[in-house]
Unconditional design. Structure first.
Length: 292
């Protein structure tokens, strides 16, 4: 919703202000200038980025449009599945716990938390470090260093579309100048025409500069920032897992360990202690919601 409102305000103010000054919208209708700028930007984007990054950019833009950041329910599910696994680690045999982490899709614990199970990367992250805990000969500071390195890698991969989009935004003004220069070259070819015709050609050329700057700073740049915001919120889930499992490895009880994870959530999004308790006392967040 914020993106739609922002774009309406941006286009409304720019075009409305232009028309209020006496400008004519038909002058801005220069499709070939847009083809030059947009086509060149797309081609450069394909050259500069791998196919996986290009595809991930499409997914990232969909996430931005849906504002697909973790909500309270997803945080509760992450804390809930961690609490359940830590209880299993304390009370069950190694074989029983391994059954959950070797096949999370078949695990009753993970099935109780569908949002976590749907995120395959996060699920494997949780299972991998629970498996290391089961082995039992790794020290907490070694696990913390390994987790930090993996989270850094995860964040780097998730932010590739943002960096690629920002790079494209940085180049759009220059591509606008290219389109403007080509328009001026066309206008110089009609230097012997009347001032009305020549003025129209020069105006069309200048639209190229306008489009390049506008697309860079009003569309591509803000989208790159928004992608970074959404993807950084996803990384926060990994940090919750890290802090919770490290607290458990250092001797905290499961109910105390998940408080370490809860505290890493920003205050605006952080679920209350009561909500976490309800989520962990019942089989899943859905039941906790009914109980509340």
């Amino acid at each position: 919703m914020g993106i739609i409102i922002g774009m309406v305000v941006t286009f409304g103010c720019v075009l409305g202000g232009y028309m209020a000054m006496g400008g004519y919208l038909d002058v801005l209708m220069q499709p070939w200038e847009l083809v030059i700028i947009g086509g060149a930007a797309l081609g450069i984007y394909l050259v500069a980025n791998s196919l996986s990054t290009v595809k991930d950019t499409g997914r990232a833009l969909l996430e931005v449009l849906k504002n697909a950041i973790p909500k309270e329910q997803e945080y509760l599910e992450v804390l809930g599945v961690l609490h359940s696994l830590m209880r299993e680690l304390r009370t069950k045999s190694r074989n029983e716990v391994e059954a959950h982490i070797d096949a999370p899709e078949e695990s009753t614990i993970f099935q109780a938390y569908p949002k976590v199970l749907a995120d395959h990367h996060l699920t494997h992250f949780i299972c991998d470090y629970c498996r290391i805990i089961i082995i039992g000969n790794a020290r907490p500071f070694e696990i913390e260093a390994l987790m930090d390195e993996e989270i850094h890698t995860v964040r780097h991969d998730l932010l590739k579309p943002s960096h690629a989009m920002q790079t494209a935004a940085d180049g759009l003004p220059a591509l606008g100048i290219v389109a403007a220069i080509l328009g001026v070259i066309k206008a110089m070819g009609a230097i012997d025409q009347s001032p009305e015709i020549l003025g129209g050609l020069i105006g069309a050329a200048l639209v190229g500069s306008f489009l390049g700057i506008f697309l860079a700073y009003a569309i591509a740049g803000p989208l790159a920032v928004k992608i970074k915001y959404v993807r950084d919120k996803r990384v926060r889930l990994y940090i919750i897992v890290k802090q919770t499992l490290l607290a458990y490895m250092n001797g905290s009880l499961p109910q105390v360990a998940i408080e370490f994870g809860r505290k890493t959530i920003s205050s605006h999004d952080r679920p209350s202690i009561d909500a976490v308790e309800q989520s962990t006392l019942n089989t899943g967040p859905a039941e906790a919601k009914k109980a509340a």
